[in-house]
Design a protein around this ligand. Structure first.
Ligand code: GP0
Length: 829
């Protein structure tokens, strides 16, 4: 197929050069060039891994060209840029996406004449430098920042080991280390010349400087070096790039020669090992605070490197630090980087001798903070002694910020000591803690939640006192996802169909999908739509068979729940529905139900016992149900191991039904909900997070709603919730719980799942018992609706047509306009 020239990003330099050209001929030359000159392989003996490297390097050359070309623009004196500080980035494999964004996928295929480009793309190890939604959101925002030409840098940690790989053994999750760097990483460039030194521990001293001023210095007991590794991210059909700059910890000097000379070789290397520990591994907890010293060191490490890097850039551009906030705005992705507030103060006051008030003004104008969760167990707080022993100077600075802040509060609310205790950055109600959310709040000009409902709850439940103090500081930016990776790249069939129908501009202007509404009732278009979904499901069915051995029917309803395993996300509510159907089929051998494939994917935090038990339950139910002839293959249950970005890209396009069934008020936004809907899945969901807005957009009649609202849930809890009552009042539910307790799914072991069922009957923090009946009834409507494939397809088309709002382009524009006050570069002519 001849490639469409207008789908190619403007070539930065004419005439075409082997290092930068985009035509098939020149790409072919570049691949061979890199294969021989960079990979060092003769054509005849090259294996697919070599080809992958050669192609990736050729693509990187082309991205670099754009990066370098933009250098002048970025460093112009009046340019303001955003620094997106995030402890997690989950970009997914780069090659496929970069080809798409450069507009050269077809040309690359042609250049490879007959070789399998998709095979090479599939060989890439993904950088699993995040746990889930939060890290993936950061990656979507980088894609949009580049596409929309905003000047931006993502700052984070180059973990040597990312999120663990998950295997399933005997139904249980088994974790193995992720070795993403083992085959090498062609996308990154090490920049030792921009390394930064970071202090840790020790104590502070006061002194009087040569002007007679009172100053403080920090005498650390350790220093480590942060070395940046840069990955340029290219925008979609744009001449613009953003930088992902990840810091890796190295020892300040690789040998302590004093120790070495004494003959203590191992002692000398110890320091090196100790330093490198800092960026060794990502903490695998999602929405759960891990109060470990090393985690605090990680946070400080990357924040200190990033702030120093910004100061360096600011000074290099000939600006004074008085204008720091005009050159940089810094977004705190949750509280993980919140120590940046104290670090910028430390730099300005201690190092650059700026008066406190001036430094504080600059700091407040620099930062803004995104909150991603209301779950109390995720809110970061550090025991004061730990905080002080890692960051003695920052503790003093936090005290001073707090003292001044609380004095201000006292003038506004005289005598309200309870309010002051709640607002304080230091929790003094028992053992003392530093509250990172309060530090982020006090140090930022803006705080935002990630969906309308969530942003309301941030005001009313999480920070009501801060809201009383300054309501103008609160904003909402509903999350978004990049349509490039999650439709253009992962669902080429649907992309082509849409292109053929409304043209191809929608991929960078997602609102244009609305033009599909006109075709929602068109029989021919519906046929094509259904055919593509079936093709995607058949592909997934093959992957399922290859990876799990389970054979599933591509014509069955693909009912999908993929996300981290967490009680509040209620994978076990889904399981209760599966067992309900199973029970019905056992009781009535002639019962007709809509054939379904239930697919689960997701990792559990290694220390989260209940989540791991939920995985075991899913697999146990799968083993029983998939074998039982009484089920007559009407239901199949699959747990697909090692859910990550790569696998997600194969799953979303094949989904019929998207499970978004968290307890109302618990899921801040969700982003998987958006990706599934964008791929034509219908949602069964609660009024939680962004589900509310998805339903508003697609129309209530195209969304399967069930369950308690956030207010109803609160009321129920306040009135005294008794989950046992629901169970005893509903014989079917009682039967389901009894079936689990009978040992049917656990080879007769009646105790295995008791912790789960006992929790449901006695506490049920997430209200499964209350939502069970509405959920099961709603699922019945789903099954019924699926039988009318024309109507279902119409709903599916309308879902896609109305997803424009959930593009990360829209979200990034809102941040840029309302929070960062950022202007995009003008495109090259
Ligand atoms: C929120 F607090 N999220 C956290 C966290 O530690 N990790 C994380 O992934 C998620 C939320 O749960 C979310 O609702 C949200 O969409 C996402 O952050 C991005 O805002 C579900 O993915």
């Amino acid at each position: 197929k001849k490639s469409d020239p207008k789908k190619t990003a403007p070539a930065p330099d004419a005439p075409e050069h082997t290092r930068t050209g985009m035509s098939p001929e020149i790409l072919k030359a570049a691949f061979i060039d890199n294969l021989t000159l960079a990979v060092g392989r003769p054509l005849e003996t090259a294996v697919p891994e070599d080809w992958y490297q050669a192609i990736a390097l050729s693509v990187r050359d082309r991205i670099m060209q754009r990066w370098v070309r933009q250098f002048e623009k970025r460093n112009a004196p009046d340019v303001r840029q955003v620094a997106y500080l995030s402890a997690e980035f989950l970009p997914g494999p780069h090659l496929g996406n970069s080809l798409l964004n450069l507009g050269i996928t077809d040309n690359a295929r042609e250049a490879l004449a007959g070789q399998d480009l998709d095979l090479y793309i599939g060989l890439e190890e993904e950088p699993g430098l995040g746990n889930g939604g939060l890290g993936r959101l950061a990656a979507c925002y980088l894609d949009s920042l580049a596409t929309l030409r905003y000047p931006a840098t993502g700052y984070g940690i180059r973990y040597e080991f990312g999120i663990f790989d998950q295997a399933i053994k005997d139904g249980w999750q088994v974790e193995t280390t992720d070795k993403w760097l083992l085959p090498g990483n062609v996308w990154e460039i090490k920049r030792p010349n921009f390394a930064q030194v970071v202090k840790i521990g020790g104590h502070t001293e006061t002194f009087t400087d040569q002007h007679g001023a009172f100053r403080v210095r920090w005498i650390p007991d350790r220093v480590v070096v942060g070395v940046p590794y840069d990955t340029p991210i290219v925008g979609y059909l744009s001449d613009s790039c953003v930088l992902l700059r990840l810091w890796s910890a190295e020892a300040a000097q690789s040998f302590d020669f004093a120790d070495f000379n004494r003959g203590d070789y191992y002692g000398a290397v110890e320091e090196k090992v100790f330093s490198e520990n800092i960026s060794k591994v990502l903490y695998p907890n999602d929405e759960q605070l891990e109060g470990k010293r090393l985690r605090l060191e990680q946070q400080y490490f990357f924040v200190a490197c990033s702030i120093k890097d910004m100061i360096r850039l600011c000074l290099r551009r000939g600006s004074t630090l008085e204008r720091f906030h005009e050159m940089f705005c810094v977004q705190l992705n949750d509280t993980h980087p919140a120590i940046a507030v104290a670090e910028l103060m430390r730099q300005l006051v201690d190092k650059y001798a700026m008066p406190w008030e001036r430094a504080w003004d600059i700091t407040r104008r620099t930062f803004s903070y995104t909150n991603h969760t209301l779950l109390p167990e995720a809110l970061e707080k550090w025991p004061l002694p730990l905080f002080g022993s890692v960051l003695p100077r920052h503790l003093e600075i936090v005290y001073e910020i707090n003292r001044r802040f609380l004095d201000e509060v006292r003038t506004r609310f005289p005598g309200d000591e309870d309010k002051i205790a709640r607002l304080s950055i230091i929790d003094e109600s028992g053992e003392k803690y530093v509250r990172m959310a309060n530090l982020a709040m006090v140090g930022s000009h803006t705080v935002n939640g990630v969906a309308e409902l969530h942003s309301e709850l941030v005001k009313t439940q999480l920070f009501p006192d801060f809201h009383d103090l300054d309501p103008k500081r609160f904003q909402n930016v509903t999350n978004g996802v990049t349509p490039r990776r999650f439709l253009g790249l992962s669902n080429p069939g649907l992309t082509r169909l849409i292109d053929g129908c409304i043209g191809d501009s929608w991929l960078s202007d997602l609102d244009r999908l609305r033009e599909l509404e006109a075709f929602a009732g068109d029989a021919g278009f519906q046929q094509d739509w259904m055919r593509i979904k079936l093709e995607n499901k058949s592909r997934l069915a093959r992957i399922i068979r290859d990876r799990t051995g389970v054979v599933v029917d591509p014509t069955s309803l693909f009912d999908i729940q993929v996300k981290r395993i967490h009680e509040y996300k209620r994978q076990h509510l889904n399981v209760l529905h599966i067992i309900t159907l199973y029970q019905r089929l056992k009781h009535d051998p002639r019962l007709q139900i809509t054939p379904r494939t239930f697919l689960f994917g997701g990792k559990a935090a290694p220390g989260y016992y209940m989540a791991k038990l939920i995985i075991k339950l899913i697999n146990a139910v799968a083993d029983t149900v998939n074998q039982d002839p009484a089920v007559r293959d009407l239901i199949k249950v699959v747990f697909l191991p090692d859910y990550n970005v790569k696998h997600a890209q194969n799953i979303y396009p094949a989904a019929d039904l998207s499970e978004q069934i968290s307890t109302a008020g618990k899921e801040a936004s969700g982003t998987g909900n958006m990706k599934l809907s964008l791929n034509g899945a219908l949602t069964i969901g609660t009024l939680d997070g962004a589900n509310v807005e998805i339903r508003e957009e697609v129309g209530a009649e195209n969304f399967f709603l069930f369950g308690l609202t956030c207010e109803q849930a609160a009321r129920l809890r306040a009135d005294g919730y008794n989950p046992g009552d629901y169970c005893h009042g509903d014989p079917e539910l009682r039967g389901v719980i009894e079936l689990i307790d009978s040992g049917l799914f656990s080879h007769g072991d009646r105790e295995l799942f008791r912790p789960l069922t006992a929790h449901l009957l006695e506490r049920d923090d997430y209200l499964l018992m209350a939502d069970y009946r509405p959920y099961v009834n709603c699922q019945q409507q789903v099954g019924h609706a699926y039988r009318d494939c024309q109507h279902w397809t119409r709903m599916s088309i309308l879902n896609v047509a109305r997803m424009g709002k959930f593009s990360s382009d829209r979200a990034v524009r809102e941040y840029a306009a309302n929070i960062w006050k950022l202007k995009p570069f003008t495109p090259d002519p």
